[in-house]
Design a protein around this ligand. Structure first.
Ligand code: G6Q
Length: 539
Protein backbone atom coordinates (compact mmCIF):
# COMPACT_ATOMS: atom_id res chain seq x y z
CA UNK A 1 0.00 0.00 0.00
CA UNK A 2 1.06 3.58 -0.58
CA UNK A 3 1.94 4.15 3.09
CA UNK A 4 4.58 1.44 2.88
CA UNK A 5 6.55 3.25 0.18
CA UNK A 6 9.80 5.14 0.84
CA UNK A 7 8.13 8.24 -0.66
CA UNK A 8 5.43 8.16 2.05
CA UNK A 9 8.06 7.73 4.77
CA UNK A 10 10.09 10.63 3.35
CA UNK A 11 6.99 12.80 3.72
CA UNK A 12 6.55 11.69 7.35
CA UNK A 13 10.12 12.83 8.10
CA UNK A 14 9.68 16.03 6.14
CA UNK A 15 6.50 16.78 8.08
CA UNK A 16 8.42 16.44 11.34
CA UNK A 17 11.00 18.94 10.07
CA UNK A 18 8.43 21.41 8.78
CA UNK A 19 6.00 21.11 11.70
CA UNK A 20 7.68 23.88 13.70
CA UNK A 21 7.91 26.24 10.69
CA UNK A 22 5.16 28.83 10.30
CA UNK A 23 3.83 30.62 7.24
CA UNK A 24 5.38 33.77 8.72
CA UNK A 25 8.78 31.99 8.68
CA UNK A 26 8.27 30.72 5.15
CA UNK A 27 7.36 34.18 3.85
CA UNK A 28 10.28 35.90 5.61
CA UNK A 29 12.72 33.25 4.34
CA UNK A 30 11.48 33.76 0.78
CA UNK A 31 9.75 37.11 0.16
CA UNK A 32 9.13 36.12 -3.50
CA UNK A 33 7.26 33.03 -2.50
CA UNK A 34 3.94 34.33 -3.85
CA UNK A 35 5.47 34.58 -7.29
CA UNK A 36 7.22 31.25 -7.33
CA UNK A 37 4.20 29.41 -5.90
CA UNK A 38 1.58 30.89 -8.20
CA UNK A 39 0.43 28.67 -11.05
CA UNK A 40 -1.52 30.03 -14.01
CA UNK A 41 -3.56 27.77 -16.26
CA UNK A 42 -5.28 29.43 -19.21
CA UNK A 43 -6.12 32.59 -17.25
CA UNK A 44 -7.00 30.83 -14.00
CA UNK A 45 -4.59 31.91 -11.26
CA UNK A 46 -3.84 29.71 -8.26
CA UNK A 47 -1.76 31.23 -5.48
CA UNK A 48 -0.39 28.30 -3.47
CA UNK A 49 2.02 30.37 -1.38
CA UNK A 50 -0.16 30.34 1.74
CA UNK A 51 0.35 26.60 2.07
CA UNK A 52 2.61 24.94 4.59
CA UNK A 53 4.90 23.73 1.84
CA UNK A 54 8.34 24.47 0.48
CA UNK A 55 10.20 23.21 -2.59
CA UNK A 56 11.12 19.98 -0.85
CA UNK A 57 7.46 19.33 0.01
CA UNK A 58 6.45 19.72 -3.61
CA UNK A 59 9.28 17.43 -4.76
CA UNK A 60 8.34 14.76 -2.26
CA UNK A 61 4.62 14.96 -3.06
CA UNK A 62 5.35 14.65 -6.78
CA UNK A 63 7.54 11.62 -6.04
CA UNK A 64 4.66 10.12 -4.08
CA UNK A 65 2.30 10.67 -7.03
CA UNK A 66 4.82 9.01 -9.33
CA UNK A 67 5.18 6.09 -6.95
CA UNK A 68 1.39 5.74 -7.05
CA UNK A 69 1.58 5.66 -10.86
CA UNK A 70 -0.36 8.89 -11.42
CA UNK A 71 1.04 9.62 -14.92
CA UNK A 72 0.05 6.16 -16.17
CA UNK A 73 -3.34 6.37 -14.53
CA UNK A 74 -4.00 9.76 -16.16
CA UNK A 75 -3.09 8.31 -19.54
CA UNK A 76 -5.30 5.27 -18.90
CA UNK A 77 -8.31 7.37 -17.97
CA UNK A 78 -8.08 9.55 -21.08
CA UNK A 79 -7.48 6.49 -23.26
CA UNK A 80 -10.64 4.78 -22.06
CA UNK A 81 -9.08 1.93 -20.04
CA UNK A 82 -11.54 0.26 -17.68
CA UNK A 83 -10.14 2.03 -14.63
CA UNK A 84 -13.49 1.68 -12.83
CA UNK A 85 -12.55 -1.88 -12.03
CA UNK A 86 -15.37 -2.82 -9.66
CA UNK A 87 -17.90 -2.05 -12.39
CA UNK A 88 -15.58 -2.96 -15.27
CA UNK A 89 -16.12 0.38 -17.03
CA UNK A 90 -14.12 3.05 -18.75
CA UNK A 91 -14.19 6.51 -17.14
CA UNK A 92 -14.55 8.98 -19.94
CA UNK A 93 -16.19 12.17 -18.75
CA UNK A 94 -13.22 13.90 -20.40
CA UNK A 95 -14.52 12.64 -23.77
CA UNK A 96 -17.74 14.59 -23.27
CA UNK A 97 -15.82 17.77 -23.94
CA UNK A 98 -13.49 16.66 -26.70
CA UNK A 99 -13.93 18.78 -29.82
CA UNK A 100 -15.86 17.45 -32.79
CA UNK A 101 -12.70 16.83 -34.83
CA UNK A 102 -11.07 14.63 -32.19
CA UNK A 103 -11.23 10.88 -32.49
CA UNK A 104 -11.62 8.28 -29.81
CA UNK A 105 -12.83 4.76 -30.14
CA UNK A 106 -13.35 2.74 -26.99
CA UNK A 107 -14.66 -0.83 -26.78
CA UNK A 108 -15.73 -0.54 -30.42
CA UNK A 109 -17.73 2.66 -29.83
CA UNK A 110 -17.06 5.86 -31.82
CA UNK A 111 -17.16 7.97 -28.69
CA UNK A 112 -16.78 11.37 -30.35
CA UNK A 113 -19.45 10.68 -32.97
CA UNK A 114 -21.89 9.61 -30.25
CA UNK A 115 -21.06 12.50 -27.91
CA UNK A 116 -21.53 15.12 -30.60
CA UNK A 117 -24.63 13.40 -31.95
CA UNK A 118 -26.27 13.82 -28.54
CA UNK A 119 -24.92 17.37 -28.13
CA UNK A 120 -26.49 18.27 -31.48
CA UNK A 121 -29.78 16.67 -30.47
CA UNK A 122 -29.68 18.64 -27.20
CA UNK A 123 -28.84 21.87 -29.05
CA UNK A 124 -31.75 21.45 -31.46
CA UNK A 125 -34.12 20.79 -28.61
CA UNK A 126 -32.75 23.67 -26.49
CA UNK A 127 -33.08 26.10 -29.41
CA UNK A 128 -36.62 24.91 -30.10
CA UNK A 129 -37.66 25.49 -26.51
CA UNK A 130 -35.86 28.84 -26.36
CA UNK A 131 -37.35 30.24 -29.56
CA UNK A 132 -40.83 28.85 -29.01
CA UNK A 133 -40.75 26.26 -31.79
CA UNK A 134 -41.30 23.59 -29.14
CA UNK A 135 -44.66 24.24 -27.50
CA UNK A 136 -46.78 22.56 -24.89
CA UNK A 137 -49.86 20.43 -25.63
CA UNK A 138 -52.15 23.47 -25.85
CA UNK A 139 -49.75 25.46 -28.05
CA UNK A 140 -48.30 27.66 -25.31
CA UNK A 141 -44.58 28.46 -25.14
CA UNK A 142 -42.54 26.78 -22.40
CA UNK A 143 -41.76 29.13 -19.52
CA UNK A 144 -40.47 26.72 -16.88
CA UNK A 145 -38.27 23.68 -17.15
CA UNK A 146 -38.35 21.38 -14.10
CA UNK A 147 -35.39 19.01 -13.79
CA UNK A 148 -36.34 15.92 -11.81
CA UNK A 149 -33.24 14.01 -10.71
CA UNK A 150 -31.11 13.38 -7.65
CA UNK A 151 -27.42 13.15 -6.73
CA UNK A 152 -25.34 13.35 -9.88
CA UNK A 153 -28.49 13.98 -11.91
CA UNK A 154 -29.27 17.10 -9.88
CA UNK A 155 -26.30 18.66 -8.10
CA UNK A 156 -24.27 19.47 -11.23
CA UNK A 157 -27.00 21.05 -13.36
CA UNK A 158 -28.47 22.87 -10.35
CA UNK A 159 -25.06 24.28 -9.42
CA UNK A 160 -24.31 25.30 -13.03
CA UNK A 161 -27.74 26.85 -13.59
CA UNK A 162 -27.26 29.04 -10.53
CA UNK A 163 -23.64 29.83 -11.38
CA UNK A 164 -24.53 30.94 -14.91
CA UNK A 165 -27.60 32.96 -13.99
CA UNK A 166 -26.14 35.97 -15.80
CA UNK A 167 -26.40 34.01 -19.10
CA UNK A 168 -29.96 32.81 -18.60
CA UNK A 169 -32.76 33.11 -21.20
CA UNK A 170 -34.90 35.99 -19.98
CA UNK A 171 -38.24 34.20 -20.06
CA UNK A 172 -37.35 30.60 -19.23
CA UNK A 173 -36.81 29.59 -15.63
CA UNK A 174 -35.42 26.25 -14.48
CA UNK A 175 -36.37 24.56 -11.22
CA UNK A 176 -34.84 21.47 -9.68
CA UNK A 177 -36.55 18.71 -7.72
CA UNK A 178 -34.52 15.97 -6.07
CA UNK A 179 -35.85 14.98 -2.66
CA UNK A 180 -38.48 12.24 -2.32
CA UNK A 181 -39.95 14.47 0.39
CA UNK A 182 -43.17 15.53 -1.35
CA UNK A 183 -42.56 19.06 -0.11
CA UNK A 184 -39.82 19.49 -2.67
CA UNK A 185 -42.06 18.83 -5.66
CA UNK A 186 -44.83 20.80 -3.98
CA UNK A 187 -42.50 23.80 -3.72
CA UNK A 188 -41.19 23.39 -7.26
CA UNK A 189 -44.68 23.31 -8.75
CA UNK A 190 -45.89 26.31 -6.80
CA UNK A 191 -47.24 28.96 -9.16
CA UNK A 192 -46.57 26.90 -12.29
CA UNK A 193 -48.98 26.52 -15.17
CA UNK A 194 -48.99 22.97 -16.63
CA UNK A 195 -49.51 24.43 -20.10
CA UNK A 196 -46.11 26.18 -19.97
CA UNK A 197 -44.14 23.62 -17.94
CA UNK A 198 -41.70 21.06 -19.31
CA UNK A 199 -40.32 18.25 -17.15
CA UNK A 200 -36.87 16.85 -17.72
CA UNK A 201 -36.57 13.49 -15.99
CA UNK A 202 -32.86 12.99 -15.41
CA UNK A 203 -31.82 9.52 -14.35
CA UNK A 204 -28.89 7.53 -15.63
CA UNK A 205 -30.43 4.24 -14.52
CA UNK A 206 -34.09 5.29 -14.65
CA UNK A 207 -34.67 3.13 -11.59
CA UNK A 208 -34.03 5.66 -8.83
CA UNK A 209 -36.84 5.66 -6.27
CA UNK A 210 -36.85 9.40 -5.63
CA UNK A 211 -36.78 10.41 -9.27
CA UNK A 212 -39.45 7.95 -10.38
CA UNK A 213 -41.73 8.96 -7.49
CA UNK A 214 -41.32 12.65 -8.35
CA UNK A 215 -41.76 12.01 -12.07
CA UNK A 216 -44.97 10.01 -11.48
CA UNK A 217 -46.42 12.75 -9.28
CA UNK A 218 -45.39 15.40 -11.81
CA UNK A 219 -47.13 13.43 -14.56
CA UNK A 220 -50.32 13.22 -12.48
CA UNK A 221 -50.13 16.98 -11.78
CA UNK A 222 -49.71 17.69 -15.48
CA UNK A 223 -52.54 15.47 -16.71
CA UNK A 224 -54.82 16.80 -14.01
CA UNK A 225 -53.95 20.42 -14.81
CA UNK A 226 -54.25 20.04 -18.57
CA UNK A 227 -57.36 17.90 -18.33
CA UNK A 228 -55.82 16.00 -21.21
CA UNK A 229 -54.98 12.39 -21.98
CA UNK A 230 -51.60 10.62 -22.03
CA UNK A 231 -50.84 11.94 -25.53
CA UNK A 232 -50.05 15.33 -23.94
CA UNK A 233 -47.06 13.78 -22.12
CA UNK A 234 -44.94 13.90 -25.27
CA UNK A 235 -44.92 17.71 -25.26
CA UNK A 236 -44.21 18.07 -21.55
CA UNK A 237 -41.78 15.26 -20.62
CA UNK A 238 -38.33 14.43 -21.91
CA UNK A 239 -35.80 12.05 -20.39
CA UNK A 240 -32.04 11.98 -19.88
CA UNK A 241 -30.87 8.43 -19.39
CA UNK A 242 -28.82 5.43 -20.41
CA UNK A 243 -31.90 3.19 -20.02
CA UNK A 244 -34.15 3.45 -23.08
CA UNK A 245 -36.36 0.57 -21.89
CA UNK A 246 -37.01 2.24 -18.54
CA UNK A 247 -37.81 5.54 -20.26
CA UNK A 248 -40.28 3.87 -22.64
CA UNK A 249 -41.87 1.93 -19.76
CA UNK A 250 -42.46 5.22 -17.96
CA UNK A 251 -44.35 6.49 -21.00
CA UNK A 252 -41.80 8.90 -22.44
CA UNK A 253 -41.22 8.54 -26.18
CA UNK A 254 -37.58 7.51 -26.66
CA UNK A 255 -37.40 10.10 -29.48
CA UNK A 256 -37.51 12.58 -26.59
CA UNK A 257 -34.72 10.84 -24.71
CA UNK A 258 -31.19 12.24 -24.59
CA UNK A 259 -28.73 9.46 -24.18
CA UNK A 260 -25.48 9.03 -22.34
CA UNK A 261 -23.35 6.03 -21.56
CA UNK A 262 -22.20 3.83 -18.71
CA UNK A 263 -18.71 5.34 -18.91
CA UNK A 264 -20.07 8.63 -17.55
CA UNK A 265 -20.37 8.46 -13.76
CA UNK A 266 -23.41 10.23 -12.27
CA UNK A 267 -21.34 12.85 -10.44
CA UNK A 268 -19.30 13.43 -13.60
CA UNK A 269 -22.30 13.87 -15.88
CA UNK A 270 -23.20 17.57 -15.83
CA UNK A 271 -21.64 18.06 -19.26
CA UNK A 272 -23.41 15.01 -20.70
CA UNK A 273 -27.15 14.99 -21.46
CA UNK A 274 -27.71 15.59 -17.74
CA UNK A 275 -26.84 19.24 -18.50
CA UNK A 276 -29.90 19.69 -20.73
CA UNK A 277 -31.68 22.05 -18.31
CA UNK A 278 -28.54 24.20 -18.27
CA UNK A 279 -28.33 24.18 -22.06
CA UNK A 280 -31.96 25.26 -22.35
CA UNK A 281 -31.30 28.07 -19.86
CA UNK A 282 -28.01 29.43 -21.25
CA UNK A 283 -28.23 28.31 -24.89
CA UNK A 284 -26.09 25.84 -26.85
CA UNK A 285 -23.33 28.35 -27.58
CA UNK A 286 -22.68 29.14 -23.94
CA UNK A 287 -22.91 25.43 -23.12
CA UNK A 288 -20.20 24.73 -25.71
CA UNK A 289 -18.07 27.49 -24.13
CA UNK A 290 -18.41 25.66 -20.84
CA UNK A 291 -17.28 22.42 -22.50
CA UNK A 292 -14.29 24.27 -23.96
CA UNK A 293 -13.32 25.40 -20.45
CA UNK A 294 -13.52 21.80 -19.24
CA UNK A 295 -11.42 20.67 -22.18
CA UNK A 296 -8.77 23.29 -21.56
CA UNK A 297 -8.26 22.06 -17.99
CA UNK A 298 -8.38 18.43 -19.18
CA UNK A 299 -5.56 19.11 -21.61
CA UNK A 300 -3.51 20.76 -18.89
CA UNK A 301 -4.06 17.81 -16.53
CA UNK A 302 -3.22 15.33 -19.23
CA UNK A 303 -0.04 16.95 -20.45
CA UNK A 304 1.51 19.28 -17.83
CA UNK A 305 4.41 17.90 -15.79
CA UNK A 306 3.21 17.06 -12.29
CA UNK A 307 5.24 19.87 -10.70
CA UNK A 308 3.24 22.43 -12.73
CA UNK A 309 0.02 20.48 -12.93
CA UNK A 310 -2.61 22.40 -10.99
CA UNK A 311 -5.20 19.66 -10.34
CA UNK A 312 -2.40 17.28 -9.35
CA UNK A 313 -0.77 19.85 -7.06
CA UNK A 314 -4.06 20.68 -5.35
CA UNK A 315 -4.78 16.99 -4.86
CA UNK A 316 -1.31 16.34 -3.46
CA UNK A 317 -1.45 19.33 -1.10
CA UNK A 318 -4.78 17.97 0.13
CA UNK A 319 -3.08 14.64 0.84
CA UNK A 320 -0.28 16.45 2.66
CA UNK A 321 -2.82 17.85 5.12
CA UNK A 322 -5.10 14.81 5.30
CA UNK A 323 -2.44 12.19 5.86
CA UNK A 324 0.57 13.94 7.34
CA UNK A 325 -1.05 16.70 9.43
CA UNK A 326 -4.14 14.52 10.08
CA UNK A 327 -6.59 17.35 9.30
CA UNK A 328 -9.88 15.76 8.26
CA UNK A 329 -11.78 18.52 6.54
CA UNK A 330 -11.50 20.84 3.58
CA UNK A 331 -13.49 24.05 3.10
CA UNK A 332 -14.48 25.55 -0.25
CA UNK A 333 -15.27 29.24 0.09
CA UNK A 334 -16.37 30.95 -3.13
CA UNK A 335 -16.57 34.73 -2.93
CA UNK A 336 -19.38 34.63 -5.46
CA UNK A 337 -23.05 34.38 -4.61
CA UNK A 338 -23.61 32.60 -7.92
CA UNK A 339 -21.42 29.73 -6.71
CA UNK A 340 -23.65 29.12 -3.71
CA UNK A 341 -24.20 25.45 -4.68
CA UNK A 342 -20.59 24.83 -5.69
CA UNK A 343 -19.52 23.50 -2.27
CA UNK A 344 -22.50 21.10 -2.22
CA UNK A 345 -21.61 19.94 -5.73
CA UNK A 346 -17.98 19.37 -4.71
CA UNK A 347 -19.09 17.58 -1.59
CA UNK A 348 -20.57 14.82 -3.74
CA UNK A 349 -17.77 14.87 -6.27
CA UNK A 350 -15.12 14.43 -3.62
CA UNK A 351 -16.80 12.49 -0.81
CA UNK A 352 -18.63 9.98 -3.02
CA UNK A 353 -15.49 9.48 -5.09
CA UNK A 354 -12.89 9.10 -2.36
CA UNK A 355 -14.85 8.15 0.74
CA UNK A 356 -13.56 4.58 0.39
CA UNK A 357 -11.71 2.20 2.68
CA UNK A 358 -10.78 -0.55 0.25
CA UNK A 359 -7.97 -0.34 -2.30
CA UNK A 360 -8.29 -1.38 -5.93
CA UNK A 361 -6.60 -4.60 -4.89
CA UNK A 362 -9.32 -5.28 -2.29
CA UNK A 363 -7.28 -4.57 0.86
CA UNK A 364 -8.66 -2.40 3.67
CA UNK A 365 -6.46 0.68 4.01
CA UNK A 366 -4.64 1.54 7.23
CA UNK A 367 -4.31 5.24 6.40
CA UNK A 368 -6.87 7.99 6.06
CA UNK A 369 -8.68 8.60 2.76
CA UNK A 370 -11.27 11.18 1.77
CA UNK A 371 -11.91 14.57 3.33
CA UNK A 372 -15.03 16.16 4.69
CA UNK A 373 -15.79 18.85 2.12
CA UNK A 374 -17.97 21.77 3.08
CA UNK A 375 -18.42 25.49 2.60
CA UNK A 376 -20.62 28.44 1.82
CA UNK A 377 -20.09 31.58 -0.15
CA UNK A 378 -18.19 34.42 1.44
CA UNK A 379 -18.95 36.78 3.02
CA UNK A 380 -21.90 34.88 4.56
CA UNK A 381 -19.64 32.19 6.01
CA UNK A 382 -17.52 34.82 7.76
CA UNK A 383 -20.48 35.64 10.00
CA UNK A 384 -21.23 32.00 10.68
CA UNK A 385 -18.50 29.35 10.85
CA UNK A 386 -15.20 31.12 10.09
CA UNK A 387 -14.71 31.48 13.86
CA UNK A 388 -13.82 27.79 13.97
CA UNK A 389 -11.51 28.08 10.97
CA UNK A 390 -9.63 30.98 12.60
CA UNK A 391 -9.46 29.95 16.22
CA UNK A 392 -10.73 26.36 16.48
CA UNK A 393 -8.41 23.57 17.55
CA UNK A 394 -8.11 21.69 14.23
CA UNK A 395 -7.03 23.67 11.16
CA UNK A 396 -9.26 23.48 8.09
CA UNK A 397 -7.37 23.98 4.81
CA UNK A 398 -9.53 26.18 2.59
CA UNK A 399 -9.94 27.02 -1.08
CA UNK A 400 -10.89 30.63 -1.67
CA UNK A 401 -12.37 31.42 -5.09
CA UNK A 402 -12.79 34.97 -6.38
CA UNK A 403 -13.35 36.89 -9.62
CA UNK A 404 -11.84 40.19 -10.69
CA UNK A 405 -15.12 41.41 -12.23
CA UNK A 406 -18.58 41.25 -10.69
CA UNK A 407 -21.36 39.28 -12.41
CA UNK A 408 -23.72 42.25 -12.68
CA UNK A 409 -22.87 45.93 -12.98
CA UNK A 410 -25.93 47.56 -11.44
CA UNK A 411 -24.86 47.24 -7.80
CA UNK A 412 -21.25 48.06 -7.05
CA UNK A 413 -20.07 46.11 -3.97
CA UNK A 414 -17.16 44.35 -5.60
CA UNK A 415 -14.33 46.12 -3.77
CA UNK A 416 -15.90 45.21 -0.43
CA UNK A 417 -16.30 41.58 -1.51
CA UNK A 418 -12.74 41.25 -2.76
CA UNK A 419 -11.27 43.05 0.26
CA UNK A 420 -12.94 40.49 2.49
CA UNK A 421 -11.65 37.64 0.35
CA UNK A 422 -8.04 38.80 0.54
CA UNK A 423 -8.33 39.72 4.24
CA UNK A 424 -9.60 36.30 5.29
CA UNK A 425 -6.76 34.44 3.60
CA UNK A 426 -4.26 36.89 5.13
CA UNK A 427 -5.74 36.55 8.63
CA UNK A 428 -5.79 32.77 8.43
CA UNK A 429 -2.18 32.59 7.28
CA UNK A 430 -0.56 35.13 9.55
CA UNK A 431 -2.96 35.47 12.48
CA UNK A 432 -2.35 37.96 15.24
CA UNK A 433 0.21 37.30 17.94
CA UNK A 434 -0.03 37.97 21.64
CA UNK A 435 2.86 40.44 21.27
CA UNK A 436 1.05 42.41 18.57
CA UNK A 437 -2.04 42.63 20.76
CA UNK A 438 0.00 43.85 23.74
CA UNK A 439 1.63 46.56 21.59
CA UNK A 440 -1.89 47.63 20.63
CA UNK A 441 -2.68 47.94 24.36
CA UNK A 442 -5.29 45.18 24.45
CA UNK A 443 -6.39 44.39 28.00
CA UNK A 444 -4.27 41.51 29.31
CA UNK A 445 -7.35 39.48 30.25
CA UNK A 446 -8.42 39.46 26.59
CA UNK A 447 -5.05 38.89 24.95
CA UNK A 448 -5.35 35.12 24.65
CA UNK A 449 -8.98 35.36 23.49
CA UNK A 450 -8.09 37.85 20.80
CA UNK A 451 -4.96 36.19 19.49
CA UNK A 452 -5.16 34.24 16.23
CA UNK A 453 -2.73 31.36 15.80
CA UNK A 454 -2.44 31.87 12.04
CA UNK A 455 -0.63 29.20 10.04
CA UNK A 456 -3.94 28.10 8.58
CA UNK A 457 -3.36 27.29 4.94
CA UNK A 458 -5.42 28.22 1.92
CA UNK A 459 -5.41 28.18 -1.87
CA UNK A 460 -6.49 31.39 -3.60
CA UNK A 461 -8.09 30.78 -6.99
CA UNK A 462 -8.69 33.91 -9.02
CA UNK A 463 -10.22 34.34 -12.46
CA UNK A 464 -11.47 37.30 -14.46
CA UNK A 465 -15.20 36.68 -14.43
CA UNK A 466 -17.52 33.74 -13.82
CA UNK A 467 -18.23 32.79 -17.44
CA UNK A 468 -19.38 29.39 -18.75
CA UNK A 469 -15.77 28.76 -19.84
CA UNK A 470 -14.40 29.52 -16.39
CA UNK A 471 -17.04 27.35 -14.70
CA UNK A 472 -15.93 24.49 -16.96
CA UNK A 473 -12.30 25.06 -15.96
CA UNK A 474 -13.18 25.07 -12.27
CA UNK A 475 -15.26 21.90 -12.34
CA UNK A 476 -12.65 20.04 -14.36
CA UNK A 477 -9.97 21.27 -11.94
CA UNK A 478 -11.82 19.68 -9.02
CA UNK A 479 -12.65 16.49 -10.94
CA UNK A 480 -8.95 15.93 -11.57
CA UNK A 481 -7.95 16.99 -8.06
CA UNK A 482 -10.30 14.26 -6.84
CA UNK A 483 -8.85 11.74 -9.31
CA UNK A 484 -5.30 12.54 -8.18
CA UNK A 485 -6.17 11.84 -4.57
CA UNK A 486 -7.99 8.63 -5.45
CA UNK A 487 -4.93 7.40 -7.36
CA UNK A 488 -2.55 8.14 -4.48
CA UNK A 489 -4.87 6.49 -1.97
CA UNK A 490 -5.25 3.55 -4.35
CA UNK A 491 -9.07 3.59 -4.30
CA UNK A 492 -11.63 3.45 -7.10
CA UNK A 493 -12.99 7.01 -7.31
CA UNK A 494 -15.73 5.97 -9.73
CA UNK A 495 -17.94 3.52 -7.85
CA UNK A 496 -20.25 4.20 -4.89
CA UNK A 497 -21.18 0.92 -3.27
CA UNK A 498 -21.62 2.69 0.06
CA UNK A 499 -24.84 4.25 -1.19
CA UNK A 500 -26.44 0.86 -1.79
CA UNK A 501 -27.18 -0.65 1.64
CA UNK A 502 -29.47 2.18 2.81
CA UNK A 503 -31.38 1.99 -0.50
CA UNK A 504 -31.94 -1.76 -0.14
CA UNK A 505 -33.10 -1.43 3.47
CA UNK A 506 -35.49 1.42 2.57
CA UNK A 507 -37.10 -0.73 -0.12
CA UNK A 508 -37.68 -3.45 2.49
CA UNK A 509 -39.17 -0.99 4.98
CA UNK A 510 -41.65 0.72 2.61
CA UNK A 511 -44.18 -2.19 2.64
CA UNK A 512 -43.68 -2.61 6.38
CA UNK A 513 -44.93 0.92 6.93
CA UNK A 514 -48.16 0.38 5.07
CA UNK A 515 -49.05 -3.12 6.30
CA UNK A 516 -49.88 -2.67 9.94
CA UNK A 517 -49.45 -6.35 10.79
CA UNK A 518 -46.35 -7.16 8.74
CA UNK A 519 -43.81 -8.87 11.03
CA UNK A 520 -40.79 -6.75 11.91
CA UNK A 521 -37.41 -8.42 12.07
CA UNK A 522 -35.03 -5.49 12.49
CA UNK A 523 -33.10 -4.51 15.60
CA UNK A 524 -35.20 -3.26 18.54
CA UNK A 525 -34.55 0.40 17.73
CA UNK A 526 -35.65 0.16 14.09
CA UNK A 527 -38.66 -2.01 15.03
CA UNK A 528 -39.81 0.57 17.60
CA UNK A 529 -39.42 3.46 15.14
CA UNK A 530 -41.48 1.60 12.50
CA UNK A 531 -44.17 0.72 15.08
CA UNK A 532 -44.43 4.35 16.18
CA UNK A 533 -44.81 5.51 12.58
CA UNK A 534 -47.40 2.83 11.79
CA UNK A 535 -49.52 3.85 14.80
CA UNK A 536 -49.35 7.49 13.76
CA UNK A 537 -50.24 6.57 10.19
CA UNK A 538 -53.40 4.75 11.29
CA UNK A 539 -54.68 7.63 13.43
C1 G6Q B 1 -23.30 9.63 -8.65
C2 G6Q B 1 -24.10 8.62 -8.00
C3 G6Q B 1 -25.50 9.08 -7.61
C4 G6Q B 1 -26.48 9.09 -8.77
C5 G6Q B 1 -27.89 9.20 -8.21
C6 G6Q B 1 -28.94 9.27 -9.28
O1 G6Q B 1 -22.19 9.47 -9.06
O2 G6Q B 1 -24.12 7.48 -8.75
O3 G6Q B 1 -25.52 10.34 -7.00
O4 G6Q B 1 -26.20 10.14 -9.63
O5 G6Q B 1 -28.13 8.11 -7.36
O6 G6Q B 1 -28.88 8.14 -10.09
P1 G6Q B 1 -29.66 8.07 -11.44
O7 G6Q B 1 -29.14 9.16 -12.33
O8 G6Q B 1 -29.43 6.71 -11.98
O9 G6Q B 1 -31.11 8.33 -11.11
Amino acid sequence: MINETPQWHALISHHEELASTSLRDLFSADPDRAESLTVEVDGLIADLSKHLIDDVTVDLLVELAEAAGLPDRIAGMFRGDHINTTEDRAVLHTALRLPRDASLEVDGQDVIGDVHGVLDHMAQFAEDVRDGTWRGHSGERIKTVVNIGIGGSDLGPYMAYRALMAYRHESIEARFVSNVDGTHLHQALEGLDPETTLFIVASKTFTTLETLANAKSARAWLLDGLGADESSIAKHFVALSTNAEGVAAFGIDTANMFEFWDWVGGRYSMDAAIGLSVMVAIGPENFHDMLAGFHSMDQHFRHAPLRENLPALLGLIGIWYRNFFDWPSHAVLPYSQLLDRFPAYLQQLDMESNGKRTTLGGEVVDYETGSIVWGEPGTNGQHAFYQLIHQGTTPVPADFIGFLSPDFDDIDHHDALMANLFAQAEALAFGKTVEELRVEGVDESLVSHKSFPGNRPSTMLISGRLTPYVLGQLVSLYEHRTFTQGVVWGVNSFDQWGVELGKVLAMAIIPELTEATAPLEHDSSTNALIERYRKHRMM
